[in-house]
Design a protein. Structure first.
Length: 325
């Protein structure tokens, strides 16, 4: 669901941002508003970001090769990280520079109704884009709150679009605030302050995105509830008596690697152990559909071996701690 919903939200956001970018540059040409210029560049950066995410999604579907035996699922994380860099450099830093220049060298707005009209139109289009992403994210986030959803999401597209659209809506309000105060007071410094505020906002969002995607790039385990499902599926209390230790790793949003050392009866034959492993793998794949790559090592249980495993996914007999993300 997250992949399909993410693509739908990306297309909606791209369509809105391209139209908004053109209208903002037209308004800047007629008015000279630095807020309009900063917002125009912001919309261009957002459009580029959505293209990057779409490209990342397409490239991540390539089949595995001998050089990349686990596939290309993490391409989506790489492109999401690039989005944060573009948002920081192209959007945020440019807006801060423009805001500083406008405050240091203010000049009156020409044809103020152009930026005001475009900002009202842009708010409507961005609200449509935000609503599309919000509606898809509601299906994807389940019972978790929005902060937890942004932190826990393994598919980066929907969280990125949500954060971008939220930033865009707040930025448009800041731009409208700056332009309106410039028109009311006749002091163009307000336009510069609005532009500066947009830059600070974009940099803050870029930092949040960079921190979240960095964790995905390093490699995250499955969510605690998924880890618990896998452990339960591995053990049948007959051919597999317990999980000695286990590791999980997301190879991509919809692909999970599972590696576990499982305890088998001491008197089991080689054929029985092979059957136990095959059956355990089948149970895991039924329980957790995204468990695509599974490696199981049979062993005879001992407390020493369990301790040597130092399993970060679970404390023996205790609760499963949360993933790093």
């Amino acid at each position: 669901m997250s992949t399909e919903g993410g693509t739908k939200a990306l297309v909606a956001a791209l369509s809105a941002n391209l139209g908004i970018a053109v209208s903002k540059f037209v308004a800047f040409a007629f008015s000279g508003s630095s807020s309009m210029l900063a917002e125009g560049v912001h919309s261009v950066a957002d459009s580029g970001n959505q293209v990057l995410l779409l490209v990342g999604g397409k490239r991540s579907k390539r089949v595995a090769t001998p050089e990349h035996p686990f596939g290309y699922g993490r391409e989506r994380y790489i492109y999401a990280f690039l989005v944060s860099i573009v948002l920081f450099s192209v959007g945020g830093m440019f807006a801060i520079y423009e805001g500083y220049e406008k405050i240091a060298h203010p000049h009156e707005l020409d044809n103020w109704y152009w930026p005001v009209g475009v900002l009202v139109l842009a708010i409507g289009l961005e609200a449509w884009s935000f609503y599309t992403a919000y509606r898809e994210a509601v299906k994807d986030k389940g019972k978790h709150g929005w902060t937890a959803y942004i932190r826990r999401a393994k598919a980066p597209e929907l969280p990125v679009v949500l954060l971008e659209d939220t930033g865009a809506l707040i930025g448009l309000v800041l731009a409208l605030f700056g332009v309106s105060l410039t028109v009311i007071t006749g002091d163009a410094v307000w336009d510069g302050i609005g532009t500066l505020s947009i830059g600070v906002l974009l940099i803050a969002i870029a930092i949040v995105l960079a921190l979240e995607t960095r964790s995905l790039l390093i490699g995250e385990s499955a969510h605690p509830e998924v880890v618990a499902e896998i452990r339960d599926a591995l053990v049948d209390h007959d051919s597999v008596t317990r999980v000695i230790h286990m590791r999980t790793l997301h190879l991509g949003p919809e692909e999970l690697l599972v590696a576990a050392k499982i305890a088998v009866p001491a008197d089991a034959t080689a054929a029985e152990v092979a059957q136990a492993i095959d059956a355990a793998e089948a149970r895991v794949r039924r329980a957790v559909k995204i468990a695509r790559v599974i490696y199981l090592e049979p062993d005879i249980f001992s407390a020493e071996k369990e301790a040597e495993g130092d399993d970060p996914n679970a404390t023996p007999g205790g609760p499963v701690p949360d993933a790093a993300h």
